[in-house]
Design a binder for this molecule. Structure first.
Ligand code: G6P
Length: 615
């Protein structure tokens, strides 16, 4: 949560920072702010609202001259999202200016101390405490900015990615990281700082990703100096060449990132298994897994930890791992797992699933599992992310940047990776027949074309969306492999349309939700070919007799449910085990269209953020 961006070099900082903030807005959009420095004067502008509001305010209120600048887009933690609480924040002297992504947990105690020393605070933020702490140390200990930052950070408990500059040092930015991400782009005597590489990708492919508890002093005309926060020791910079390109982070002709990302699914699912699945040869090869197969095979349990949509992918995995590989699986909300003193042993394998690779609760769950001796495997989308580095090994999904806050392609690519792992383990364990194994390999290879076919029904789904856009409640029902899809469908709808929606296992409907059903209630039922088909048909009958409106996801050519349902959304025939990869598509599209018709901000729904780096 929160995006930070900074620039120092020969160009005008303003357009770089502004554009960078727009690209990072997925990380939070409660408020935005910018500070520019031309070597003489600092110009600072901040406002509640989005980066577009900031742009307008800047146009009306300040000059945009300066080759040094920092900017921030905020997801509020401490203090309501008003102008004053927005970043950047000045220190009391007005010399230091800071932006911060994260949370300083002991800010109250530090603030009290600083107030006793005569400091005044204008905002409710923890960040203003940090910048004044740095100032206090700099003055009292008569040290340079970098040293003051290092000393201050050693007094801080919490998480941070910070960037700050000093009015007395027009050629220097200091940055540091713990928990929240921070990338430094390296150009020709110009430097970029950002929460991810998207703000600077058109300027340079060379970047350093700071590790936790590292800080960097970035000076024009000098090499970057990286130090450990704990002991001030020097770290040799590791410069990576980025694979990201501009096209991946632009809308490419689509109205929204979410729609683009929904439509990217055929290709990114393929990217995710390309080179890993050799369907004709019956081979699955996953680099991160090969050396750790024994750990999985001998595991007493697999515990999956994740949040949000990634947790739903974990639920799908529970079905496929237990079904094929016969390994007991528990799926845990990372936030609950970390705080409930769970039983974890060295014989457990923990799989952490995270699109961003930054989610604070998932990260904490990983740390706990590692402390207890479990082997931890990561499934992340963002390369080099904190979670991907905190795990013992793992597999990346190759979904490419997911910018729409509502997760779509991350979900289907996570399921793709989990399917590959489950099939591989089942094959080695001998818990799947050769014919079933080969069938699933071939079927997995067909998924991109089936997703493509499901996407072709977009116009029909749009019509259904129009009919139900004013509903105030939705129920989503599914059984077996499609129960998690029902949960995910409901989550998608509530996230972006703000319509209340609940997902349930279809059979559980009778134990409560059925009381909600009347002629106004739309019920989305996933009723594709499966072992439970007849059971789902019975559930549909039960809904019909209560006059509920049935929107059914059915297999192409289905006749029974077609007769009973009010509306249908067809998907190609797919083995039940792989069906979540296609049944989820119409549900994504339905949510998208409803949200659009209600004039919601599809890519940046209210109160949400893409990467939740606070617990
Ligand atoms: C946030 C996002 C969700 C996401 C969840 C977990 O709530 O809005 O879309 O599923 O975090 O994120 P992760 O990056 O760990 O998958």
């Amino acid at each position: 949560m929160c995006g930070i961006v900074g620039y120092i070099g020969k160009r005008d900082a303003y357009p770089i920072i502004l554009n960078g903030l727009k690209r990072l807005e997925y990380r939070g959009y409660d408020s935005a702010g910018i500070a520019l420095y031309d070597g003489k004067n600092i110009q600072l502008c901040k406002t509640k609202g989005k980066v577009a509001d900031l742009e307008l305010k800047v146009t009306n209120e300040m000059s945009t001259i300066g080759n040094l600048g920092i900017g921030h887009t905020r997801w509020a933690t401490h203090g309501e999202p008003n102008d004053v609480n927005s970043h950047p924040h000045y220190s009391n002297s007005g010399d230091l200016v800071i932006i911060h992504n994260g949370i300083i947990e002991n800010y109250a105690a530090l603030k009290k101390e600083l107030i006793n020393r005569g400091y005044t605070f204008y905002s409710d933020t923890d960040t203003e405490v940090l910048v004044n702490l740095i100032e206090d140390i700099k003055k009292n200990e008569n040290v340079k900015l970098g040293k003051a930052v290092q000393v201050a950070l050693n007094q801080v408990v919490g998480a941070y990615a910070i960037a700050l500059f000093d009015k007395n040092k027009p050629d220097e930015i200091v940055v540091a990281k713990l928990g929240s991400p921070l990338a430094i782009g390296i150009g020709d005597n110009e430097f970029f700082v950002a929460s991810d590489a998207s703000p600077f990708i058109e300027f340079t492919n060379n970047a350093i990703y700071l590790e936790d508890e590292e800080m960097a002093i970035i000076r024009l005309g000098r090499d970057i100096e990286i130090r450990k926060v704990k002991d001030d020791s020097i770290v040799a910079p590791y410069i990576q060449e980025l694979q990201l390109n501009l096209e991946q982070i632009e809308k490419g002709g689509y109205e929204h990132f979410m729609l683009k990302e929904i439509y990217e699914q055929p290709s990114v699912i393929k990217d995710t298994y390309r080179g890993r699945l050799l369907a004709d040869k019956g081979i699955i090869r996953l680099g991160g897994l090969e050396d750790y197969i024994e750990k999985f095979i001998n595991a007493d349990r697999i515990i999956i930890v994740a949040c949000g949509t990634s947790w739903h992918a974990g639920l799908v995995a529970e079905y496929i791992f237990e079904d094929w590989a016969r390994i007991p699986v528990e799926v845990e909300y990372a936030s609950e797992f970390r705080y409930r003193n769970p039983i974890i042993t060295e014989n457990d394998v923990v799989i952490a699933i995270s699109q961003s690779g930054e989610t604070a609760d998932t990260l904490a769950a990983i740390k706990l599992a590692k402390e207890k001796g479990a082997f931890v495997y990561g499934i992340c989308n963002v390369v080099g992310s904190t979670i991907s580095r905190a795990t013992h090994s793992g597999t990346y999904t190759h979904a490419g940047p997911e910018i729409g806050v509502a997760s779509t392609k991350a979900f289907t690519t996570q399921i793709t990776v989990l399917t590959l792992i489950a099939l591989k383990l089942a094959k080695i364990k001998g818990t799947i027949s050769q014919s079933n194994y080969m069938l699933h390999l071939r079927e997995l290879d067909l998924i991109p074309s089936k997703v493509e076919a499901a996407l072709k029904k977009n116009d029909e789904i749009e019509k259904i969306a129009k009919i139900f856009k004013d509903a105030t409640n939705f129920l989503y029902l599914g059984r077996g492999y499609n129960f998690p899809v029902a949960l995910e469908g409901a989550l998608k709808l509530k996230e972006i349309s703000y319509i209340h929606a609940e997902g349930y296992p279809a059979a559980e409907m009778k134990h409560g939700p059925i009381a909600l059903i009347d002629e106004h209630m739309p019920i989305v039922v996933i009723a594709v070919n499966s072992n439970h088909y007849e059971k789902v048909v019975s559930n549909i009958q039960e809904i019909k007799s209560r006059k509920g409106k049935i929107i059914a996801v059915v297999t192409e050519g289905d006749t029974i449910v077609r007769e009973m349902a009010d509306y249908i959304m067809e998907v190609p025939n797919t083995p039940e085990t792989l069906s979540p990869l296609v049944t989820t598509i119409p549900l994504q599209l339905l949510s998208y269209h409803i949200a659009l018709m209600l004039d919601r901000n599809v890519d940046q729904p209210r109160n949400l953020a893409k990467a939740v780096t606070v617990e």
